[in-house]
Write a protein of this length. Sequence first.
Length: 278
Amino acid sequence: MNAHWHPEWLIPQWPAPSGVRAVFTSRAGGQSPAPWDSLNLGDHVQDASSRVAANRQTLALATACRPVFLRQVHGEQVAVLEAQSLDLSDPQADAAVSRQRGLGCTVMVADCLPVLLAHLDLPVVAAAHAGWRGLAGLGAGGLPGSSAGVLGTVFSRFAGLAGQSQAQAAQRTIAWLGPCIGPGAFEVGAEVKAAFEAWHPGSGAYFELLPGSSAKYLADLAGLARLKLHALGIAGVYGNDGSPGWCTVRQPSSFFSHRRDTALGHSTGRMAACIWLA
């Protein structure tokens, strides 16, 4: 482990090549006071901009890369990070892909699912912010999007940068799922279940009817992402298995949670998943 990484940050346990680095921050190791305590990386949650900048600098120093943050909108747009990305200021996208060493594909989360991709043979990495809308293939604001969803869209760009067909790339791609709202806490309406079933009838297995309700369900966001990745041909999926330790809602000392903390009447911070080529 890098000496500058906080011991509570998560380092993906996956068979990534030696030149691939990745980290998922917890809420520990920063400068922000409650309710953003302490490593809040989001600049849109009413935390002081100076503290957010200091926290982002903490991440940059720890990773020895330049994390490129995105303006996320729960959509499917993908930012391709190249050398000139150093001049960009938070491009609007919900995923990033790169083959440029030293640039960190970075997504922020506080219940949504972070997904990291790495190629086993070629220098290509990607990160995606997978909320249920982006995962289901709906655009920002609830508008119809492509059926590929954010994972299908980013994988298409990922394979393109690798110079391979998606079928070829899938055989040599691995994925890591970070913490997100867990299947015991993610209450959704019937329209969410219907959106996923419109893409894949097997999606229904990842929804459990809420006791005492006829139209509310508990959804397994990480399980749905695994289904999406497997449908793309990516068999090597690591990380979040849906157990309570991965749930952002159930682990308040470790993770920010938008759903948990807004229900308590206050704002919350954002964590980040970052992947880069060293």
